[in-house]
Each structure stands twice: as C-alpha cells, then as structure tokens.
Design a protein around this ligand. Structure first.
Ligand SMILES: Cc1cc2nc3c(=O)[nH]c(=O)nc-3n(C[C@H](O)[C@H](O)[C@H](O)COP(=O)(O)O)c2cc1C
Length: 363
C-alpha cells in the first residue's frame, strides 16, 4: 500500500458522531482537516463493534447496516486526497464499560474501581459471539472502503482485558499462559482473514504494560507482540496504561513529567526492543512525539516504521504540512491532557480554543 508519508494519526476518540454512533458531517469535516494537513494514515477514534461495546452516545459505531452509509461518505471524502489512507479502529469497551442498558462484560470478575462496577464474566460458549462482533465489523469496514482496520488491543478495553493477567484469571482456553490470553485476538485475526483474504491490512494497538501491580509488563507484552507478528498482523502500535492507572499513564503523558528529551518519545526504548522481532510487520511508534527532528531520527534509524501522534494533531491538524513546508518548530501541544475532557462530546484542544478566544477579544 502506498501511503503519502510515515506520519500516522493515532486513534483518538472524537465524540463527534450523531446519536447513537452515526458518522456525522462534523466528523467528516474533522477528518478532512487531518487529510488536508498531510497526515499519511488517519486512524479513526475507536468505533464500537456492538452497542454494548460503546463508550457513549457520540462514539462511532459500525455494527450494523444502518451505520454503513456514513462510513462510506467518510472514506470517500478522505480518498479525494491523494495517497492519504484511513483505517478504522475497532473497540469493545469490555470491563471499562458504563452503559445504562448493558452491564459491562470481561474475561473475569475484577471490579473496575472507576465505576465501582463488577463486570459480568463471559462464559466460554459466549466468547465466539464477541469474536464475531470484531470480524463482522472488519467486514463492514472493508465494504465501506476503509484501507485497513486496527483492533484496539490496549488501554484496559475488552481485548486487553484478555491479554492482562490482572483482568484475565480464566482457566479455560482463553486464560492462563500468554498463548491462551492472546487467543481471543488471534481468533479475530484468523476469522477476519478467512472472510477478507490476505491483502486487506489488519493492524493492532497492542497493550505492552498496564502500569498496575499484577498487570501486564514489558516482557509478556513483548512476547505477545511476537505472537501477533507470527500470526500475520501487518502492523503493531505498542501502548500501555489502563483506566485505573493515574493520569501519568503512558497513554497520555503530560509535559510536566518529561524531564529530558529522551523522555519525550516515551515508548522509544520499548520500540528498540520490539523492532528486531517485527519481521514484515510495521512498527508504529506512538507517545509524546512532538519534535520533527527526533521523529526524523527515529525513522532514519529504522527504530520504527511510522511515527504516530494523537494530541499534537488535535491542536494542529495541519502539523505534518507545517513540518513539510520547513517550519520545524515542535508541535504546540503541551500534552496537558485537557482534550481528554472533551472527547465524549466533541473533541477539541482546550488551550488552542482559549488562545483563539483571547485573540479575538484583543482584536
Ligand atoms: C482525547 C484522547 C482520546 C483518545 N482516544 C483513543 C482511542 O480512541 N483509541 C486509542 O487507541 N487511543 C486513544 N487515545 C490515546 C492516543 O491514541 C495515544 O496513544 C496517546 O495520546 C499518546 O500519544 P500522543 O502523545 O501523541 O498524544 C486517546 C488520547 C487522547 C488524548
């Protein structure tokens, strides 16, 4: 697949859908801005594979026919921009769900302290049904013209609930050793391949470290990636942190915790460990990338195949274009995380908005 450049927009929940999960014109406009701004591969915010897997009314869904027209409009719009590709990220919120109608489900009964809800444990004979949700959603995505799908296998949602020894205490074929904990994801991959053939790229955001005691840690996280690569995943974007990890999770690391330049690309040391085991699978590095000079160094040294950004592109959707045109000042984003407050009901950069409001008052 030909992609305009090696810059990826990491999946970022937009909360810009129409109720309940329909692609809206404001969402299409939002993504068009990213395409115009020169991001080579746009990964959408997590889209739910089932109503029970959605995090809220404004989160995109792709679980039935009624949603597909909106997705087609979105992919068509992005494909008006030459060599810009769009992937959809697929999610079931699992243990971290909070829905008036659907009780959260999980591999095991481990209380989620943020909502204080004990999830219902999936029976072995139910697991197939949840695997099928991801397979069907991938087929829908393919039919709507997405260039690839990304499974959300990180941050404490259903797929990572299976990967982690903290949330997976099962003693059937989906629990226990790594082989069993990764089975759920590998089954999704294999069944999707059976339906869609070999050429449709399937990538994953994969949990490496939960940053909680008893959780997934780097060594097991790396072994999981090894299995995903062996299985055939076309790309892996390693990540970490779960819902109960305080805000200094590696998922969203605010600037005040960055003491030296090397802290900035905080998954880089991990990427260097992963690269030798990636074979033909692309390594997508996310986390704190804001400086074009170090981003270029990462790519030149082949420490990663793509660099991926979330928060910097909320502030500056035209950041890749700015860098390409020679303005190499780092991203204006300060990783303050205030965008996290807006993602449920319409994502924006709070700092940028405040500055714009101040400027308009000064005029
Ligand atoms: C507002 C917001 C929403 C996010 N939504 C998602 C999401 O839907 N799926 C996902 O995998 N990660 C999500 N993330 C995590 C980012 O993709 C990324 O991994 C993290 O922010 C680190 O990258 P950055 O330093 O470039 O922001 C989100 C992050 C933020 C700040």
């Amino acid at each position: 697949m030909q992609i305009k450049n090696r810059i990826v927009r990491s999946a970022t929940l937009e909360g810009l859908a129409e109720k309940y999960g329909y692609v809206s014109s404001r969402l299409i406009k939002f993504h068009e801005e990213l395409a115009r701004g020169g991001t080579g591969l746009i990964i959408t915010g997590a889209a739910a594979v089932d109503p029970s897997g959605s995090g809220g009314p404004y989160q995109v869904r792709i679980d039935n026919e009624s949603y597909l027209d909106g997705h087609r409009k979105l992919t068509n719009k992005i494909h008006e921009y030459s060599d810009i590709k769009i992937a959809i990220q697929l999610i079931h919120v699992g243990r971290q769900g909070y829905h008036p109608k659907y009780h959260p489900i999980a591999p095991s009964a481990v209380l989620y302290p943020i909502t204080n809800i004990m999830p219902r444990v999936l029976r072995t004979d139910e697991v197939d049904q949840y695997i099928k949700m991801f397979v069907d959603a991938s087929v829908n995505a393919y039919e709507c013209g997405y260039d690839m799908v990304q499974l959300h296998g990180a941050h404490g949602y259903l797929l990572s609930n299976f990967l982690s020894p903290y949330t997976n205490k099962r003693n059937d074929i989906y629990g226990g050793d790594i082989e069993n904990r990764v089975r759920f994801i590998i089954d999704i991959y294999n069944q999707t391949r059976d339906k869609l053939g070999k050429s449709f790229p399937i990538i994953i955001k994969s949990q490496i470290n939960d940053f909680v005691p008893g959780g997934l840690e780097d060594d097991d996280g790396i072994s999981i990636v090894e299995k995903l690569v062996e299985t055939g995943f076309d790309g892996v974007e390693p990540s970490g942190g779960i819902g109960e990890t305080p805000i200094i999770t590696k998922q969203a690391y605010p600037s005040k915790f960055i003491k030296k330049p090397e802290d900035e690309n905080y998954f880089l040391p991990l990427a260097k460990k992963l690269k030798p085991i990636m074979k033909n699978s692309a390594l997508i590095l996310v986390g704190g990338i804001k400086n074009p000079v170090s981003a270029e160094e990462i790519l030149k040294n082949r420490w990663a195949d793509f660099i991926s950004m979330s928060r910097p592109l909320i502030y500056e959707p035209d950041l890749p274009k700015r860098w390409q045109e020679g303005d190499l000042t780092p991203a204006k984003c300060t990783s303050c995380n205030s965008c996290l407050e807006t993602m449920g009901t319409g994502l924006y950069c709070v700092i940028r908005k405040k500055l714009e409001e101040k400027d308009s008052k000064n005029i």
